[in-house]
Design a protein around this ligand. Structure first.
Ligand SMILES: NC(=O)c1ccc[n+]([C@@H]2O[C@H](COP(=O)([O-])OP(=O)(O)OC[C@H]3O[C@@H](n4cnc5c(N)ncnc54)[C@H](OP(=O)(O)O)[C@@H]3O)[C@@H](O)[C@H]2O)c1
Length: 243
C-alpha cells in the first residue's frame, strides 16, 4: 500500500459486506480514518474488529433520515469533517414486468435513490474543500439483466443525480463520480444469483470481478490522483458493458 489516503477521513455506507467492506479495508490500509455504515450490527462489528483502530462502525439504514443524522453526528464528534464519502449501500429485488410489487420499488428506490440522495445531502456540512464523493452505480444502467429492471432504473437515477451534482463542483468545492462495478463476487451477488458462472461468460475478461478490484478504483477516485476527475461513470466491469 502507498498511503495515498493518509490523513483523510472517509465514510463508506454498505461497508459491512462485499464491495463496501473491501473499500473500507483498502481505505484504512491506505492511511484513512474510516467510518463504516450498514444495518446489520454483527457484520459491522466484525468489519471494525478486522480493520482495527482506524475504523468506527455506526449502525445505519440509509433509507432512514434519523439514522443518517446519527451517522453524521458521530463523524462530526469524532473527526469533524469528511474528505471522502462513498455512498455504496444498495440492494436489488429481482422482479420482471408483470410481477413487480410496490414493496420492491419502495425498498429498491428507498435505499438506492432516496438513500443516496440523503447520504450526500446530509454530508454537505461536513465535506471538506476538495472532498471526493463516490457513488456506487452498476452496469445495469446500460445492460439490465433479466429481472433487474427496477434495480437498473434506480442505478440510472443515481447516475443522473451525479451528473447534476458534478455541475455544482466549483460552488461546493467537491468532486463527485460514479463507480460502476460489473458482476463482482460478493455476498449480495451470490445471494441473488448463486454461483451462476454464466455471468463470467458475459465478461470479455472471462471472469467476474473481485471486491478488491473495485476497491482499487475507489481508492483512485478517492485520492488526489484523480483531482481533475468529476462527473464520470467509471466502469470496473472487465469490459462487460463496454463492448
Ligand atoms: N456485486 C455486484 O455484482 C454489483 C454489481 C454492480 C453494482 N453493485 C453495487 O455495489 C454495492 C454493494 O453491493 P455488494 O455486491 O457488495 O452487495 P452486498 O454484499 O449485499 O453488500 C450490500 C451492502 O449494502 C448494505 N445495505 C443494503 N441496504 C442498506 C440500507 N438501507 N442502509 C444501509 N446499508 C444498506 C448492506 O448491509 P446491511 O444489509 O447490513 O444494511 C451491505 O453492507 C451496491 O450498491 C450494489 O448495487 C454490485
Amino acid at each position: 500500500m502507498t498511503d495515498v489516503l493518509a490523513g483523510k477521513v472517509a465514510v463508506v455506507t454498505g461497508a459491512n459486506s462485499g464491495i463496501g467492506l473491501a473499500i473500507a479495508k483498502r481505505f484504512a490500509a491506505e492511511g484513512a480514518r474510516v467510518f463504516l455504515a450498514g444495518r446489520r450490527q454483527e457484520p459491522l462489528d466484525a468489519a471494525v474488529a478486522e480493520i482495527g483502530p482506524a475504523a468506527t462502525g455506526v449502525r445505519t439504514d440509509v433509507s432512514v433520515q434519523a439514522d443518517l443524522d446519527g451517522l453524521y453526528s458521530v463523524v462530526r464528534e469524532e473527526a469533524g469533517r469528511i474528505d471522502v464519502l462513498v455512498a455504496n449501500a444498495g440492494s436489488a429485488v429481482p422482479q420482471r414486468l408483470g410481477e413487480i410489487t410496490e414493496e420492491a420499488i419502495d425498498a429498491t428506490f428507498g435505499t438506492n435513490v432516496k438513500g443516496t440522495i440523503f447520504t450526500v445531502q446530509k454530508a454537505l456540512p461536513l465535506l471538506s474543500d476538495g472532498a471526493s464523493v463516490v457513488v456506487t452505480g452498476s452496469t445495469s444502467t446500460l445492460r439490465p439483466g433479466p429481472g433487474l429492471e427496477i434495480y437498473g432504473a434506480s442505478k440510472a437515477a443515481v447516475r443522473n443525480l451525479v451528473r447534476s451534482w458534478a455541475l455544482s463542483a466549483q460552488e461546493r468545492k467537491f468532486r463527485v463520480n460514479v463507480l460502476s462495478p460489473g458482476p463482482t463476487e460478493t455476498p449480495g451477488l451470490i445471494g441473488a444469483v448463486g454461483q451462476d458462472h454464466r455471468l463470467a461468460s458475459e465478461v470479455p475478461l472471462g471472469r467476474i470481478g473481485r471486491p478488491d478490484e473495485i476497491a482499487a478504483v475507489a481508492t483512485f477516485l478517492a485520492s488526489d490522483a484523480s483531482s481533475f476527475v468529476n462527473g464520470v461513470d467509471w466502469f470496473v466491469d472487465g469490459g462487460q458493458a463496454q463492448v
